[in-house]
Design a protein around this ligand. Structure first.
Ligand code: KG4
Ligand code: ZN
Length: 333
């Protein structure tokens, strides 16, 4: 039996989870509201909040799992990528605890964990499967051949899908993070009301920086004619922006299915909470005969349960880290 305590602190959520033989016993997440008034995550404030949160968050996760510290067989943490100050809080805590308990340490890559979040719930996808990981920092298509054999076959060459949502929302005067608000207003808008150009990027890579510029120029031209243009059209604008982002994502995913022949398709990351993306993935999957998998919302956004499940497979494979392992902001796998 393997009981693993996992810690996630790569950005602005402090989270801890306990997993026993691949089953999640707890997944506690503390959000940081301190960033709201700044319109984005402030790295220094994030590190400080992690320092305040880490001990109580781990405590809650252990209690909710109904175990004691002495039952832990390994301590896992997010090693990379992320904000370096935030990662350091989690990694130093995990190392100290592993040392104190004299248990092995497991270093986990945050983006691999987003993909493996799809293994938490049943029925889980069989291997191989494709995963579209869409978050505030990354947009990737990953070919998962086995739990520890993950290959990035496409990614964004500039902004992430979440950034495209958040930056467009900012242009529309919506508060940060604007993704969920675009989703909300889009439900009552016409997705075909306005047309924004989709980038022509070869292969399976994405580009989202052009969309922001295209929305900006369009809004500038329209508000010159009618200063209330945004206020009068916010629902249609949100629906049209969302439609464009979802269309870019689904087209590349369809291409990836064609190129790999793999028809088990998952999504992961904060943007996979988007109702337009979820509906379009389901519809497209039904039409094309794919098996689609969408994790529960708490496993889509940043959480320690995905770190714990990944650590479980590393534990089985004997992939442990030394106490000299260091956190890294960079995203190389
Ligand atoms: O994975 P995540 O929680 O954090 C990381 O970036 O790692 O993703 C956050 C991103 C933000 O850009 C947020 O606006 C976006 O996910 N997001 C959404 C929705 N919910 C969260 N974007 C569109 N529609 C949503 N419903
Ligand atoms: Zn993430």
């Amino acid at each position: 039996m393997a009981t693993i305590l996992a810690i996630e602190s790569s950005c602005d959520e402090t989270s801890a989870s306990v997993c026993r033989d691949g089953a999640i016993l707890s997944n506690y997440i503390a959000n940081q509201s301190v960033h709201e008034k700044y319109g984005g995550v402030v790295p220094e404030l994030a590190s400080r909040a992690h320092m305040q949160n880490i001990v109580p968050v781990v405590d809650v996760a252990i209690k909710q799992a109904g175990i004691s510290l002495s039952e832990i067989d390994a301590v896992a943490f997010t090693q990379a990528p992320g904000l370096i100050g935030s990662l350091l809080v989690g990694s130093q805590f995990a190392k100290s605890l592993a040392l104190a308990l004299d248990k092995p340490l497991i270093a986990v890559h945050h983006m691999q964990a987003h993909v493996l979040a799809n293994l938490i719930q049943q029925p889980a996808p069989a291997f191989p499967f494709l995963c579209l990981t869409v978050s505030g920092g990354h947009t990737q298509i990953v070919l998962a051949k086995s739990p520890l054999e993950l290959e990035v076959i496409g990614e964004s060459i500039d902004d992430a899908a979440g950034e495209a949502f958040d930056k467009s929302a900012k242009l529309l005067g919506l508060p940060y993070p604007g993704g969920p608000l675009i989703d909300k207003y889009a439900k009552e808008g016409n997705p075909l009301a306005f047309k924004f150009a989709e980038p022509q990027i070869p292969g399976l890579n994405f580009s989202f920086s052009g969309l922001k510029t295209s929305v900006l120029y369009f809004l500038q031209a329209e508000t010159k004619k009618d200063p209330d243009f945004i206020a009068n059209n916010v629902k249609d604008l949100c629906a049209s922006v969302q439609h464009t982002i979802v269309s870019i994502l689904i087209k590349k995913l369809t291409k990836a299915v064609k190129e790999t022949g793999v028809t088990r398709v998952c999504i992961a990351g904060g943007v996979s909470a988007n109702s337009g993306l979820r509906n379009t993935l389901e519809e497209t999957g039904k039409r094309k005969g794919w098996q689609t998998y969408i994790p529960k919302f708490e496993y889509c956004t940043d959480n320690a349960a995905m770190i714990a499940i990944t650590a479980y497979y590393k534990y089985l494979a004997g992939e442990f880290a030394g106490l000299d392992v260091s956190a890294s902001a960079r995203s190389e796998w």
